[in-house]
Design a protein around this ligand. Structure first.
Ligand code: PEP
Ligand code: MN
Length: 339
């Protein structure tokens, strides 16, 4: 429910409205927009009539039409900015998360961290627990990989992003003070994990499921936000379609559309979206042009011998060149925005 306040609402009317909201067990989310000051009512308001909040000082009360209420722009118009240990993600910022698909050794991570940082990446990634299609494929180093990532973070001052596959790993992740928890495509609808991530305040990178509709994806983000954690960044990583020429189809409509309907930041992962190294640079530029708030790119010192996703990882040199192109493109787009 969205309560729009009158410009001349008196402080005592405001206090009484807040008490009315709290008395039903709801929480008030205050949003001072450009056009109006509104209160979003947090909680399941389906059984409450709109006129229950139509009290003195209130201009109008409207029910939010979306099932993913709290992540919608109807509920909160202002863009959410997610702070990942000092790195801000969202509108007005552009960040690149870079690193290998999997953490394979300390040497590999230290090498890649130094190079991606130098090229302009602001966050370091690497999988410790890997969701693999075959049980015979490399499953990740597990806990030792978290330790390696934490070392690289401390050495290069790069916050780390790594995938959490199950709620049982929350304690382990907190031991290594992981800066951002990735929920992978295959776990997008792991509702138990999403609820648990809602109860901690760590930033979450929520990837779109392989065949997840935008409605399903935003409903998953709602699980985290409605459970108390507003720090969610969405990641478009390609979807399954009838096309088989490449690994997935990068849905760039999603970037423009999600920005329209949701206040959450959205980044693009061209590595998994294409699965093909030769397509990564062009699709990265396309994502920038589409208005993404950042990119996630897989970078490996020796891609051909990578233990996972060998076909899509950039070398540090290729990454560095791409970063230069992206910076140039962002500059052009920025200048054009003044026309
Ligand atoms: C990954 O980031 O390495 C990964 C497995 O991604 P996704 O969940 O998008 O397939
Ligand atoms: Mn990967």
């Amino acid at each position: 429910m969205i309560i729009t306040l009158k410009d001349d609402m008196k402080p005592e009317q405001y206090t009484s409205l807040l008490e009315r909201i709290k008395s039903k067990g709801f929480e008030a989310n205050f949003d001072r927009g450009k056009e109006a000051t509104v209160i979003g009512v947090r909680g399941d308001t389906r059984k409450i009539e709109e006129n229950y909040f139509m009290v003195d000082g209130v201009k109008s009360v409207k029910r939010v039409s979306k099932r993913w209420k709290e992540v919608s722009r109807e509920f909160k118009n202002a863009d959410t900015i997610v702070d990942v240990s000092g790195v801000k993600l969202g509108n007005g910022y552009f960040n690149v998360i870079a690193g290998p698909c999997s953490v394979e050794s300390e040497e590999q991570i230290m090498d890649v961290a130094e190079k991606v940082k130098k090229a302009g990446a602001t966050l370091l990634r690497g999988g410790a627990f890997k969701p693999r299609s075959s049980p015979y494929d490399f499953q990740g180093l597990g806990e030792p990989a978290l330790e390696i990532l934490a070392k690289a973070r401390d050495k290069f001052n790069l916050p780390i992003v790594t995938e959490i596959m199950e709620a049982e790993h929350l304690e382990l992740f907190s031991t290594y003070d992981i800066d951002m928890y990735q929920v992978g495509a295959r776990n997008m609808q792991n509702f138990n994990l999403l609820k648990k991530l809602g109860s901690i305040n760590k930033p979450v990178l929520l990837k779109r499921g392989l065949s997840g509709t935008i409605d399903e994806w935003l409903s998953c983000a709602e699980y985290i936000v409605a459970n108390g954690n507003p720090n969610v960044v969405l990641c478009e990583r390609g979807i399954r379609t009838f096309e088989t020429a490449y690994r997935n189809v990068l849905d760039l409509n999603a970037v423009a559309y999600v920005k329209e309907v949701s206040h959450l930041p959205i980044i693009v992962d061209p590595s998994h979206a294409t699965g093909k190294l030769s397509l990564v640079p062009d699709m990265s530029k396309a994502a920038v042009a589409a208005g993404a708030h950042g990119l996630l790119l897989e970078v490996h010192p020796d891609p051909k011998n990578a233990l996972s996703d060998a076909n899509q990882q950039l070398t540090p040199e290729q990454f560095s060149k791409l970063m230069k192109d992206i910076t140039l493109l962002s500059g052009i787009l920025y200048l054009q925005s003044f026309d």
